[in-house]
Design a protein around this ligand. Structure first.
Ligand code: ADE
Length: 256
């Protein structure tokens, strides 16, 4: 799968593709990427890429001509072309899965107040927001999108990890622990070191339910949840629910 990123600041995005798991996915040929500097397509003397907004208002907008030329060269709109913008459709795991199962992606990063609507009308196939907040530019949003998508491609990370993480089951992921079993008087819940796989699975699902109830209760009303969720939810509520970080810790051996 190839990601073509159109940006005024390719250096921000470059490091992301050259480190860690992404670097390995590129070396393995699972992922290809191309960083396109939109300024290279601005043909005036000053390589101007922004201008004032018609009708007035604060801030500058990215001009249509350089972007249009850069997108034409990249193969848009025949190739799926995402514009990352706070006024887009809200990104989620389902959308990430849909992008991952499709073909190559072109991603346009806006700066300033955004891009000229005529480019959106003629070149963009998807407007995507990564959350209800405004970032200073699209590069970080583009990296969020790429990251959520590329890790779903076969061979990037293990299928088991993908199945167990947050959202895969419709719930938030349960808490996890590693060695040592007792750290500074705090012990790992006994069930996790018991070797009893059925009990471990039940503990994890219950912890997922408790955490989801505390942080994302709206997810519990979805109809694709595991069957035991209802009865575990009742137990969780009876037992007082999730402990917030920094409050009580049920694992502490020195707890009063
Ligand atoms: N650019 C600025 N803010 C953004 C957001 N929330 N999502 C996507 N792109 C953005």
């Amino acid at each position: 799968m190839k990601f073509t990123i159109l940006t005024l600041f390719p250096e921000i995005v470059k490091a992301y593709f050259e480190a860690s798991v992404m670097k390995k996915a590129v070396a393995a040929g699972i992922i290809e990427y191309e960083l396109v500097n939109i300024r290279d397509y601005a043909h005036d003397r000053h390589h101007k890429c922004d201008d004032e907004v018609f009708g007035g208002g604060a801030g500058m907008l990215m001009k249509p001509e350089p972007l249009d030329r850069a997108l034409e060269a990249a193969g848009s709109p025949a190739q799926r072309t995402v514009y990352v913008t706070p006024s887009g459709r809200l990104f989620n795991q389902k959308m990430a899965e849909e992008f991952a199962s499709g073909g190559n992606l072109i991603i346009v990063c806006g700066r300033y107040e955004g891009i000229d609507q005529r480019i959106i009308d003629t070149r963009i196939t998807d407007e995507v927001s990564i959350g209800d907040y405004v970032l200073s530019s699209g590069e970080v949003a583009a990296m969020v999108l790429v990251d959520a998508v590329y890790r779903l491609k076969p061979g990037v990370i293990s299928g088991e990890s993908l199945e167990e993480e947050s959202f895969a089951s419709g719930l938030l992921e349960y808490p996890q622990y590693t060695r040592p079993a007792v750290y500074d008087t705090m012990r790992v819940p006994d069930v996790l070191t018991s070797g009893n796989h059925a009990q471990i699975a039940r503990w994890r699902l219950k912890a997922s339910v408790a955490k989801t109830l505390a942080y994302r209760p709206e997810l519990l009303s979805k109809d694709n949840l595991p069957g035991e969720v209802d009865s575990l939810l009742r137990e969780v509520i009876d037992e007082g629910g999730w402990h917030e970080p920094g409050t009580s810790d049920p694992g502490r051996t020195d707890q009063k």
